[in-house]
Ligand binder design. Structure first.
Ligand code: ZN
Ligand code: ZN
Length: 249
C-alpha cells in the first residue's frame, strides 16, 4: 500500500463513528464488550472443544475436524473468537452487507484477545483480499478494517501489509461443493510482498469452509513465510460427522 492509500485508509478509520452501541440491538453501552447483557446471551464464544489445527468447534469424539483430518492444510494454526451464530453472526453480516464498517472496531478487540490468549508472535499482518471492483462496491474490505484496528490496538502499524491481492472475482465458496471450491480459487491470489522467513498473521471476518484462508496460506508459504496463523472473529462450527464424509468430499 502506498502512502496515499494508507492515508486514505487512516482517514476512513478516523471518521468511522466510535462505537458505544450494542452490536446486536443498538442500545447504548458503557463498556467495550460490544454487546449488552441481553444480546450477550446470544453470543457463543468458541471456548469448547476445538480442532487443534484450525480451531473450529467440534461436537463429536474426533480430535481433528473433517477438513484437517483429510485435506492438505497450509496454515499452521487458525483461531476464532466466536462461533458463527446468534448476535456475532448478525454483527458480521451488518459489517459486510449493511454498511456497518464501524463494527470492525469492536470486533477487532476479540482478535487482539486471541493474540494474548495464545501468546502469538508475528512480523507481518495481512488480510483476506477483495478485488478492487468488489471493494469499490462495498466501499471497504471488512477484513482490512479488522486488520487495521487490530494493528492500531497493538501499536503494530508497522506490521500491516497488503501481502496478497485477489486477481479476479469468484463465486462465494459456500455455494460450491468441495471440488468446485478448490477449482474456484486456482490462480486467484497473488503474493505481492516479501514474506520470506516472516511469521505471518492472516485476518478475516469468518472462517466457513476454510478454503479461502487455506489458499492465502498456500501462497504465503510458497513465498517462504516461516509460519502462517489465521485469525477470524468467528468460525462455523464443525457439524459434519464422518458418516457424512462422502457427501462432503
Ligand atoms: Zn443488545
Ligand atoms: Zn480443523
Amino acid at each position: 500500500m502506498n502512502f496515499f492509500q494508507r492515508l486514505r485508509e487512516k482517514v476512513t478509520q478516523w471518521f468511522a463513528p466510535s462505537h458505544f452501541k450494542c452490536l446486536g440491538c443498538g442500545k447504548e453501552l458503557f463498556d467495550a464488550v460490544g454487546f449488552c447483557t441481553d444480546c450477550l446471551k446470544q453470543v457463543v464464544f468458541n471456548n469448547g472443544k476445538t480442532c487443534p489445527r484450525c480451531g473450529v468447534g467440534i461436537d463429536g469424539e474426533e480430535t481433528y475436524c473433517c477438513t484437517c483430518a483429510y485435506e492438505k492444510v497450509y496454515f499452521d494454526k487458525a483461531y476464532s473468537a466466536f462461533s458463527y451464530e446468534g448476535m456475532v453472526k448478525k454483527a458480521i453480516l451488518d459489517m459486510k452487507f449493511h454498511n456497518m464498517a464501524c463494527n470492525a472496531k469492536v470486533l477487532a478487540r476479540y482478535l487482539v484477545y486471541l493474540v494474548h490468549k495464545h501468546s502469538l508472535q508475528f512480523d507481518v499482518v495481512c488480510y483476506a483480499p477483495m478485488t478492487p471492483s468488489a471493494k469499490r462496491k462495498r466501499r471497504y474490505n471488512q477484513a482490512q478494517m479488522l486488520a487495521m484496528y487490530f494493528c492500531d490496538m497493538l501499536d503494530r502499524d508497522d506490521a500491516l501489509t497488503e501481502a496478497i491481492v485477489k486477481q479476479h472475482d469468484t463465486t462465494p465458496q459456500e455455494k460450491l461443493n468441495k471440488q468446485q471450491r478448490k477449482q474456484n480459487l486456482v490462480g486467484v491470489y497473488k503474493l505481492c510482498a516479501n514474506v520470506k522467513g516472516k511469521r505471518v498473521l492472516v485476518i478475516d471476518d469468518i472462517k466457513t469452509t476454510g478454503s479461502t484462508l487455506n489458499e492465502c496460506a498456500r501462497v504465503l508459504k510458497k513465498g517462504g513465510a516461516a509460519s502462517v496463523v489465521c485469525l477470524t472473529v468467528a468460525s462455523r462450527k464443525e457439524n459434519y460427522s464422518y458418516e457424512n464424509a462422502d457427501e462432503l468430499y
